[in-house]
Design a protein around this ligand. Structure first.
Ligand SMILES: C[S@@+](CC[C@H](N)C(=O)[O-])C[C@H]1O[C@@H](n2cnc3c(N)ncnc32)[C@H](O)[C@@H]1O
Length: 177
């Protein structure tokens, strides 16, 4: 479990840090993990994946500070410049759609790249805020996401978790067919 100093206090952060990330960390089929978008409060997430290949990516050079040993300075859309197709078992993209990934074209390119770089059966988690203006591009409107099938996190296997709080955070779970 992550130390308290690493944590932001909100229900969506609790769900991410205490439920979603640990559920992948427990799985033997989640060896290569990519976490998208880095901040001070995400820098300890790699501790959950010490015996795995834990990668991070962020286009802002100074955010390398918060990334893992295997860190990419680039946009998610450009993943093909850094890793082979079908490389990852899991990609977690939380708080990026609507927070930098703002146009339909960029969102299409980013999630197409996720699909290209996940193995068959690999899983993608998209965390986003269903509140304006963060929800100007919704997952439902992104055709690249429709090419996945719904998946579920360990708890109840729901493919969507909605957090009943002001930021209206949503976690969507996808699996590459
Ligand atoms: C609100 S923060 C979210 C950080 C973290 N993922 C989280 O769980 O809170 C958004 C981060 O996404 C990064 N970002 C924005 N556009 C991106 C893109 N196209 N590809 C990868 N990262 C991006 C930003 O630089 C920023 O660090």
């Amino acid at each position: 479990m992550l130390g308290a100093s690493a944590q932001r206090i909100s229900e969506d952060r609790r769900v991410l840090e205490r439920e979603i990330l640990p559920s992948f960390a427990r799985r033997s089929d989640a060896h290569r993990v990519l976490f998208v978008g880095c901040a001070a409060y995400t820098q300890r997430y790699g501790e959950l994946f010490v015996d795995r290949e834990y990668w991070t990516i962020d286009p802002v050079p100074r955010r390398r500070l918060y990334g893992s040993e295997r860190h990419i300075v680039d946009r998610l859309e450009n993943l093909a410049n850094h890793v082979e197709p079908e490389y990852f078992d899991v990609i977690i993209c939380n708080g990026v759609l609507g927070w930098g990934l703002n146009s339909p074209d960029d969102a299409e390119a980013a999630f197409a790249a996720c699909r290209q770089h996940l193995r068959a059966g690999g899983e993608l988690v998209v965390g986003w805020n269903d509140v304006a203006p963060r929800n100007r591009v919704k997952p439902e409107d992104i055709s690249a996401l429709r090419r996945f099938e719904p998946s579920g996190c360990e708890h109840g296997q729901q493919s969507r978790i909605r957090i009943d709080a002001p930021h209206r955070h949503v976690f969507d779970f996808y699996r590459k067919r």
